[in-house]
Design a protein around this ligand. Structure first.
Ligand SMILES: C[S@@+](CC[C@H](N)C(=O)[O-])C[C@H]1O[C@@H](n2cnc3c(N)ncnc32)[C@H](O)[C@@H]1O
Length: 221
């Protein structure tokens, strides 16, 4: 069966309903997120852009622990609930944190070459392939030369248990994408154009049988 995807409206409605319960996914997302942080040099970042900030838990961790004092964070999400949760969570960071609700567009309303990190954790795996291409094109536009793309997505299994888990996951996705939040396994590196990106770190992290692909890539000049 060919893949089906949540429309922007369906994704917004799903994540509006899910709200804080998104953080229950930490049981399999946590180890991949720790790998991403370990390889993204956030301690040298000045401006971070995040697509699909969810409840703001990643942003809070960055601002609390990993970014330099003067660094700022900009997050966007299509969900009003998620945007409100992130704003609330980051309220203590004042002007360092900007959060806005988007209309789902993958042309982001920010200037060219104005950020040095672009983060998308478990977001590109919701999008149809052409939208992933579009999001990465715009990530390339908004990053400075040498800026980093920091991505995590659900991916294909590498062990017997993870292959079985992903087979079951994909079965649910094919039945009804909303059963798994619209996410399906993807291979992010297939979307990275060689003349645009240099892959610095690439690993599949398996947590409780669920495989995640972690990619850190630098924008080529
Ligand atoms: C699976 S959740 C991941 C949230 C968060 N990044 C995390 O790791 O917990 C996907 C998030 O992407 C948001 N999203 C989906 N499509 C989007 C789009 N086109 N533009 C902005 N946000 C989007 C959803 O509203 C949701 O908050």
């Amino acid at each position: 069966m060919s893949a089906r995807f949540l429309s922007t409206e369906q994704a917004r409605a799903f994540y509006d309903r899910l709200g804080r319960r998104q953080d229950w996914q930490r049981f399999y997302e946590g180890p991949a997120i720790r790998e991403l942080i370990a390889h993204s040099d956030f301690n040298t970042a000045h401006r971070v852009f995040e697509l699909g900030c969810g409840t703001g838990s990643f942003a809070a961790t960055l601002l609390d622990t990993h970014l330099p004092q003067g660094a700022s964070y900009t997050g966007v999400d299509i969900s009003a609930t998620m945007t409100a949760l992130t704003r609330q969570r980051l309220s203590g960071f004042g002007a360092r944190a900007q959060v806005s609700q988007s209309d789902g567009s993958l042309r982001f309303d920010v200037e060219d070459e104005s950020f040095d990190r672009f983060v998308a954790n478990y977001v590109l795996d919701l999008l149809p392939p052409q939208d992933i291409v579009e999001a990465l094109e715009d990530a390339h536009r908004l990053l400075r030369a040498g800026g980093r793309l920091c991505l995590i997505s659900l991916t294909h299994g590498e062990t017997r248990a993870s292959r079985l888990a992903i087979k079951a996951w994909t079965g649910l996705h094919n039945l009804r994408p909303s059963l798994v939040g619209g996410c399906r396994p993807v291979e992010l590196t297939n979307f990275l154009k060689e003349d645009q990106w240099r892959v610095d770190f690439h690993k599949t992290v398996i947590a409780l049988t669920i495989p995640s692909e972690v990619v850190v890539a630098s924008k080529r000049d």
